[in-house]
Design a protein around this ligand. Structure first.
Ligand code: PGA
Length: 246
């Protein structure tokens, strides 16, 4: 699975030019599940033009369906645009916009209720890594963010391991460090659910993934793909990332 996280980038014209540039070159969804998570204002335009091998996702949503929440986008609105995925709990949302574990849990539950597949981001800060508490930080995030998510629903959740110190910094976790944490995440899912679910759930790595390191990362046994910011903004670079999954 390869997911572009465009963050707050691209005008409508740039976004449309991007998908026209990649649509014909994407492998079948059966080989690589390719997703672009775009700013909300572009979603409808992208859904209308997505080719057979591309899926579209949002980058955030609020957990309520309607109401006095100025500036927010609801799961009902996302569902009616035709998107399939929504990123939830990105560290930029947690750190810059004050999202708590409880809010993220409500967003995960609300997305699932509205047939959207949450891409749940977890990961440690540099301080936490240096203190040697990475695995326990991630475990706590998983327990809090997946609270009340049932066995029937959990396989609609994708988990992205995104060490905060690697996001947008050019510093990538080594393939073996990324593998260690993704393996721990799979182990946690096994304990919280069961072994069959842990085997099947998709776990992505994110944090300065680029064409030069993607193949090594996605070759690791517990890394099923990537969630990519900077290197997903140019069509050629994004296609190389998608092809690395093949
Ligand atoms: P980056 O962002 O690839 O630019 O580091 C990844 C992310 O934030 O999802």
């Amino acid at each position: 699975m390869m997911v572009a996280n465009w963050k707050m980038n691209k005008t409508r014209d740039e976004a449309l030019a991007f998908i026209y540039a990649i649509n014909e070159s994407l492998p079948s969804c059966d080989d690589v599940n390719t997703v672009i998570c775009a700013p909300s204002i572009l979603l409808r335009d992208l859904v209308k033009r997505q080719g057979d091998n591309l899926k579209i996702g949002a980058q955030n949503m609020y957990f309520e369906e309607f109401g006095a929440f100025t500036g927010e986008i609801s799961p009902v609105m996302l569902q009616t645009t035709g998107v399939e995925y929504v990123i939830v709990g990105h560290s930029e949302r947690r750190n810059l916009f004050g999202e708590t574990d409880d809010m993220i849990n409500r967003k995960v539950l609300s997305a699932l209720k509205h047939n959207l597949k949450p891409i749940l981001c977890v990961g440690e800060s540099l301080d936490q890594r240096e203190l040697g508490i990475t695995s326990s930080v991630i475990r706590k995030q998983l327990e809090a963010n997946l609270k009340d998510v049932s066995k029937d629903d959990i396989l609609n959740v994708v988990i992205a391991y995104e060490p905060i110190w690697a996001i947008g910094t050019g510093k990538t976790a080594s393939a073996s460090d990324a593998e260690t944490e993704c393996k721990n995440i799979r182990e946690a899912i096994k304990e919280l659910y069961n072994a069959a679910i842990a085997d099947e759930i998709k776990i992505l790595y994110g944090g300065s993934m680029k064409p030069s390191n993607a193949k090594e990362l996605v070759s690791m046994p517990n890394i099923d793909g990537g969630l990519v910011g900077g290197a997903s903004l140019q069509p050629d670079s994004f296609l190389e990332l998608v092809k690395a999954c093949l």
